[in-house]
Write a protein that binds this ligand. Structure first.
Ligand SMILES: N[C@@H](Cc1ccc(O)cc1)C(=O)O
Length: 514
């Protein structure tokens, strides 16, 4: 069915983190499967719900009030109005809006979940989400106000509302009322039928989407940190023997082994005659694979959890597609995602700390084995007025500290809310937002350390303590690419623009590190 190989199809095979990122960031087109099994499954779910309604079965959120108001039954004449009430009373989010990329990821993740066929929603609802993604109509979703268990009710209410032509969206770069964007795109508002607003809102899509985006950045951070650490070894005249494959075999965590191998490969050009300045380097150098490797080892575990969550029915109630039975449960509870985000931010912040410690060694003549103070490249006659990377290091210390400060797990701050119906909640969305913030700060530390390792290597080359042929082809290419952005720092100059460009390059995964 799928003519355009670029198109990502929902309703057939499970989606990966990469497909979510491709939809969110690269605007890959999406479509619903037209396979009869999928079409039937979706139609059946809806018919079964209608049947329950006709038979006066009590279904939570369809014939009852929401949450703790479950014990209130809704008069038959008001049932149709109930869905829009849900999205409307949850229109109380605060904080900055999610970025366009993140809001698109949220829509894609919610669509994946609804396509699992347990939510009893119509194909028309799924199609409206497809249209929003393909026309790039992006709901403005305030980031704050979810406890992450009862789903991401409040932020997801902005999806339910905008599909229905309420609240605001970003369309063609302009913030405007959703109704106006729908009109301009030639689409109709989709007013949710019974259970449909609940199905959109009662799930973990915001935290899952944000954590998928974080996962991709964390993966790049692990590989970049390995490259930076290898360059720090070169700058500090460190000992490449710490990354010997035989050491890795003796403690074979696969992620750690991979990081050590990457570093060892990057150091292979130093040659047999190379003499390190010390027999054993300080831990931020010697143990780099042991710090970065924990993240590298946990990423596959995190991936499995995130992909299970994103392809799951994390809604309530569910409609069993085979029997049609209504299953009342708590799949909107985001405990798994909360744990992934809380853990990932800890591992990423540890890398920021590692890079900041390496930077501290590089700028300090007591530890850097013959490099100038603050790595200043000023000639001796002008050394007294030049300060090299002094302020960049101070900045990196601040960013590392802030990253570390944000590692406090969010999930341990569960609090009872909503009249004690939601008396244990995940706080997974806060964990996911923290994780993204920790990544941003860590990327800033990495940018600072990129300037430092670049400068250290240029100084070693100038001082004749390193020959260009001692750098592998990959390392030469990387240093040359850095030199397009990073100047040799001799005279004092503002480096904000350089740092910002580097952060942007890191976030767009500019350099191929494999
Ligand atoms: N998540 C709740 C539903 C709910 C919806 C809206 C609320 O305001 C509160 C709770 C449940 O399924 O039980």
């Amino acid at each position: 069915m799928n003519a355009d190989p670029q198109t990502i199809v929902f309703g057939e095979t499970p989606l990966s983190i990469e497909s979510i990122i491709a939809i969110a960031g690269e605007h890959r087109p999406v479509q619903l499967s037209d396979q009869p099994v999928f079409v039937q499954r979706i139609e059946q779910g809806r018919q079964q719900l209608d049947r329950h309604l006709a038979e006066d079965v009590v279904v939570y959120g369809v014939t009852t009030g929401y949450g703790d108001s479950v014990s209130r039954s809704v008069a038959a004449g008001l049932l149709d109005e109930l869905p829009l009430h849900l999205s409307r009373f949850h229109g109380c989010g605060l904080g900055d809006p999610l970025s366009v990329e993140h809001a698109r990821a949220v829509m894609a993740v919610r669509l994946a979940s609804l396509c699992s066929g347990y939510s009893g929603v119509s194909r028309a609802l799924l199609q409206q989400l497809v249209e929003f993604l393909n026309h790039d109509i992006v709901p403005v979703i305030p980031a704050e106000g979810s406890v992450g268990a009862s789903g991401d009710l409040t932020p997801l209410s902005y999806i339910a509302a905008t599909l229905a032509g309420e609240r605001e969206v970003i369309y063609r770069g302009t913030r405007m009322p959703s109704r106006q964007a729908l009109q301009q795109a030639g689409l109709q508002a989709f007013e949710p039928g019974i259970k449909e607003a609940l199905a959109i809102m009662n799930g973990t899509a915001v935290m899952t989407a944000l954590t998928c985006c974080a996962w991709r950045r964390a993966e790049y951070m692990a590989h970049l940190a390995a490259r930076i650490s290898a360059l720090a070894v070169i700058g500090l005249q460190g000992n490449p023997g710490h990354f010997d494959a035989r050491l890795a075999t003796a403690k074979p965590h696969p992620g750690q082994t991979d990081i050590a191998a990457r570093m060892h490969r990057d150091l292979a050009g130093l040659g047999a005659d190379y003499q390190p300045a010390r027999l054993q380097d300080r831990y931020s150098i010697r143990c780099a694979p042991h710090v970065i490797g924990v993240l590298a080892d946990m990423l596959p575990v995190f991936r499995q959890t995130l992909e299970t969550e994103l392809n799951s029915a994390n809604d309530n109630p569910l409609i069993d597609p085979d029997s049609g039975d209504v299953l009342h449960g708590g799949h909107f509870y985001g405990g798994h995602v909360a744990f992934v985000a809380d853990s990932m931010k800890n591992l990423v912040a540890n890398i920021a700390d590692l890079l900041d410690r390496q930077l501290a060694l590089l700028v300090d003549p007591r530890f850097n084995h013959g490099l100038p103070a603050n790595l200043s490249g000023a000639p001796p006659a002008r050394a007294s007025i030049n300060h090299g990377l002094k302020a960049v290091q101070i900045g990196a210390s601040a960013w590392a500290a802030e990253a570390l400060k944000n590692t406090m797990p969010a999930s341990v701050f569960s609090r009872s809310t909503e009249c004690h119906n939601q008396d244990k909640v995940s706080m997974g969305t806060i964990a996911a937002r923290d994780c993204l913030r920790v990544l941003e700060l860590s990327e800033q530390v990495a940018a600072a350390q990129l300037i430092a390792v670049h400068q250290a290597i240029q100084l070693r080359l100038q001082q004749g303590q390193l020959a260009r042929q001692q750098l592998t082809g990959d390392v030469q290419t990387f240093i040359d690419a850095l030199s397009e952005t990073v100047p040799f720092i001799d005279e004092d100059q503002p480096l904000e623009d350089v740092l910002r460009t580097l952060v942007q390059r890191i976030q767009s995964r500019q350099w191929s590190l494999d």
